[in-house]
Design a protein around this ligand. Structure first.
Ligand SMILES: *Cc1c(COP(=O)(O)O)cnc(C)c1O
Length: 346
């Protein structure tokens, strides 16, 4: 049976073209800076993001962790949304490993942080206070339903942070989705931030990796921290080869995933007992809530779908998350809708 896996866009396998490029990749020891394919990926990433330099890291979590540690000293604080991936889903690594204090402020429904909340969170000079050093934004915003931040908003937050001598880090795990959703060049969205992490393995089909981008100085510090965390990889060119295809080819087809996410959402919204948590999806993530009269729990419903070869994310007692990606075609969407329709009739 062909499994339809909607749990995440991280489940994407590398494409045949990627596997071929991986097999042929020219490699070297990247801890020595000797891997030509890694170097090519890092230059390409930096150029796309409008930054001086890039660094291949193992994951988005590692990219955000290294980014925060390269900006902040121990005891300094990073201001972030209370629904930020960095706050909710990264095991508090910035404090556990870096002694950085997370200062959360409310994420608005559209994924933004209010200017007055950011300004209110920035501390003045006082012996009692930690030093505020960093603001973190997330684009697209995962927990807010894949919503997108605009270039204008990002520029305004950067200006506010810089006015107070803080830096701005962008968790752009899905920044190419944000660019596709708005029809703007990705550089517009990344340039205002001092640093950005984006995932090669999410939506873009590469098997492993994220890239952290920023100034030469910042990336020099980031490279040292990556080594300290045990993330210095050797012949990583086999991974970077897939990453290059991810950036050059996969990033330009994401609007197809967005169209399918909308089709999926429309279909689900039309079924009795199902409602969209955030309305129509702006990108590739659909959150849907099921009335308990359909099935008592989302877990129970997910088990039934699983037996039909459909995997969905369970993110609450009655809530699902469905993510479209390269390996979800129109037929998969229709089959999923038919299965949900079966649930609501049973
Ligand atoms: C997935 C994700 C990450 C972390 O990426 P991993 O590669 O899974 O560690 C970070 N930020 C956001 C917004 C994400 O969706």
């Amino acid at each position: 049976m062909n499994i339809i896996d909607l749990r995440s866009d991280t489940v994407t396998h590398p494409t045949p073209e990627m596997r071929e490029a991986m097999a042929r990749a020219e490699v070297g020891d990247d801890v020595f800076g000797d891997d030509p394919t890694v170097n090519r990926l890092q230059e390409l990433a930096a150029q796309k993001m409008g930054k001086e330099a890039g660094l291949l890291v193992c994951s988005g979590t590692m990219g955000n962790l290294i980014g925060v540690l390269a900006h902040c000293q121990r005891g300094e604080e990073a201001i972030m949304g209370d629904k930020a991936h960095t706050f909710l889903f990264e095991q508090g690594g910035v404090s556990a490993l870096g002694g950085v204090f997370p200062h959360t402020i409310p994420n608005q429904a559209d994924g933004t942080l209010k200017f007055e909340d950011i300004e209110g969170a920035i501390r003045g000079e006082d012996v009692h206070f930690p030093v505020s050093r960093l603001v973190i934004l997330e684009n697209t915003h995962n927990r807010c339903g894949g919503v997108v931040l605009t270039a204008e908003y990002t520029r305004q937050v950067a200006a506010l942070a810089h006015k107070h001598n803080l830096r701005l880090h962008l968790d752009g795990a899905r920044i190419f989705n944000a660019s596709a959703a708005q029809g703007v060049n990705v550089k517009e969205l990344s340039e205002p931030a001092d640093s950005i992490t984006f995932c090669l393995s999410k939506a873009l089909c590469a098997p492993v990796g994220s890239v952290l981008c920023g100034t030469q100085d910042f990336i020099y510090r980031a490279r040292r921290i990556r080594k300290q965390l045990g993330g210095g990889m050797r012949q990583a060119g086999v991974l970077a080869a897939a990453g290059i295809i991810a950036i050059e080819k996969m990033s330009i087809r994401l609007h197809e995933d967005h169209t399918r996410a909308r089709r999926l959402a429309e279909g689900l919204a039309g079924l009795k007992g199902f409602s969209l948590d955030f309305g129509m999806p702006p990108s590739n993530i659909v959150f849907v809530t099921m009335d308990p009269f359909v099935k008592s729990t989302a877990k129970e419903a997910a088990d039934i779908l699983d037996r039909e070869g459909i995997k969905v994310g369970v993110v609450g007692e009655h809530r699902f998350r469905l993510v479209t990606h390269y390996w979800i075609d129109d037929r998969a969407v229709e089959k999923t809708l038919a299965a949900f329709s079966g649930l609501s009739r049973a």
